[in-house]
Design a protein around this ligand. Structure first.
Ligand code: GLV
Ligand code: MN
Ligand code: MN
Length: 419
């Protein structure tokens, strides 16, 4: 079955202009399009988004966790709403589309609805979630976690490499940590959450599909590994008497790769590796890195945690290096709502767009909201599957098709009510 499309026109020029304006607000000391949530530019970008929200007639507000909301009042009196949005922060050296497409797309949907004179019965709440990308404390989806009441005191106590806490860093960007902990959102009236996003992988392009219909979002398990050995002279310390923390860390990095390669659709990645002292002629005394596993099965993630902790212990044991592996709470895989997926499918078919169903290996605020609200996600293709890099690209025609599908889906969901 397909849903007949309503007559309305998304404006590619406006999308291009909004994407271009946000692309100007970046941290210029990094490559690509960098706008880290705890960095110096993010607040300015979010203030721009707030002005855009106000310009299209949304009532704006910011919660205690820095999430930015714009509400379009509906005609209904039942206090029901549809929520739509994504994020505008980026990874260091990232691209111009990750997250941003979902925010400018939601704003364009509002413009199109208003121009068409069509009023929704539901309130429409556009969200620019604070800090979706993993920050220097290893925590992602800070804003959406706070909304679902899953931001904790332990999270705020996480430390970066300089020993600063996340609470300190939040204060540094004007967010009161206590306010962040109290930023739970009342989802009782929210019937559906929708997020439009770039695919960030090669599947849609390979399939020749204009739109991706997300079936589920990956689970993630992140850790921080600390290795403590002993500094020694690089030229005189015998190889068999060294306690080289760098080698134990390197062996563990390779274990991450090995474990992930053995699963099905599973991934393992290590980053942020530091050796101290960082000197070519000193045996490494301390090493530290952060890593993660991803996959469609929570059980596999738990198994990977056990194996990696054991592998790190073995790497340390045979080198006389002390090892500590701290795991963040595991993020379970998030299936999308079947009824929402069915509506999205009917809408996309009604528009005559080519589509594929797929699994998201990238994490999204949608995975967090799915724990409280029936949730759906639409993807648009990423050129060469590239993302989290300056080469990240999605053609404007594809963004436009995605925003058209998003707008039509909001109309269809408004008619259908709670799935
Ligand atoms: C976010 O983009 C992630 O998947 O890490
Ligand atoms: Mn990202
Ligand atoms: Mn994203």
């Amino acid at each position: 079955m397909s849903v007949p499309a309503v007559d309305l026109t998304v404006c590619p020029d406006r999308l291009e202009s909004d994407l271009g304006a946000l692309a100007q607000l970046v941290e210029t000391d990094h490559p690509g399009w960098t706008r880290t949530a705890l960095g110096p530019v993010d607040r300015e970008a979010r203030e721009l988004v707030r002005r855009w929200m106000a310009d299209v007639g949304l009532e704006t507000s910011v919660d205690g966790a820095g999430n930015l909301f714009g509400r379009l009042r509906g005609t209904g009196s039942g206090g029901h709403s549809l929520m739509v949005g994504s994020h505008t922060d980026s990874v260091i050296g990232g691209g111009r589309f990750d997250g941003i497409v979902g925010v400018v797309g939601a704003l364009e949907a509002v413009r199109v609805l208003r121009e068409s004179g069509r009023q929704l019965e539901h309130d429409l709440v556009v969200v620019d979630f604070f800090n979706e990308e993993p920050n220097e404390f290893g925590l992602s989806c800070v804003g959406s976690r706070a909304m679902v009441g899953e931001l904790t005191g332990d999270h705020l106590g996480l430390r970066d490499d300089q020993g600063r806490t996340l609470a300190d860093a939040l204060e540094g960007v004007g967010i009161d940590p206590a306010g962040a902990l109290g930023a739970g959102y009342d989802f009782s009236g929210v019937d559906t959450f929708l997020e439009l996003h770039i695919e960030q992988g090669p599947y849609l392009e390979a399939q020749g599909s204009q739109v991706g219909l997300v079936e589920s979002i990956t689970g993630i398990s992140r850790f921080r590994a600390l290795f403590t050995g002993q500094a020694d002279h690089a030229g005189t310390a015998p190889m068999d008497r060294r306690r080289d923390a760098g080698c134990a860390a390197a062996g563990t990095v390779l274990a991450v790769e090995r474990i992930a390669a053995e699963g099905d659709h599973t991934k393992g990645t290590s980053g942020q590796v530091t050796f101290t002292p960082a000197a070519v002629n000193v045996v490494t005394a301390h090493a530290e890195f952060r890593g993660e596993f991803r996959g469609p099965e929570g059980e596999w993630l738990r198994h990977a945690q056990e194996r990696l902790t054991a592998a790190a212990g073995e790497e340390g044991h045979r080198r006389g290096v002390d090892v500590e592996v701290d795991w963040l709470p595991l993020q379970e895989p998030a299936p999308m709502s079947d009824p929402v997926l069915a509506t999205l499918t009917e809408v996309v078919d009604g528009l005559g767009l080519t589509s594929s169903r797929l699994f998201s290996g990238a994490e999204h605020d949608a995975a967090v909201l799915a724990r409280r609200v029936p949730t759906g996600m639409l993807f648009v293709p990423s050129r060469d599957g590239r993302s989290h890099c300056p080469e990240e690209w999605t053609d404007l025609a594809d963004v436009t098709a995605g925003v058209t599908a998003l707008t039509q889906a909001l109309i269809a969901l408004d008619r259908r009510g709670k799935p």
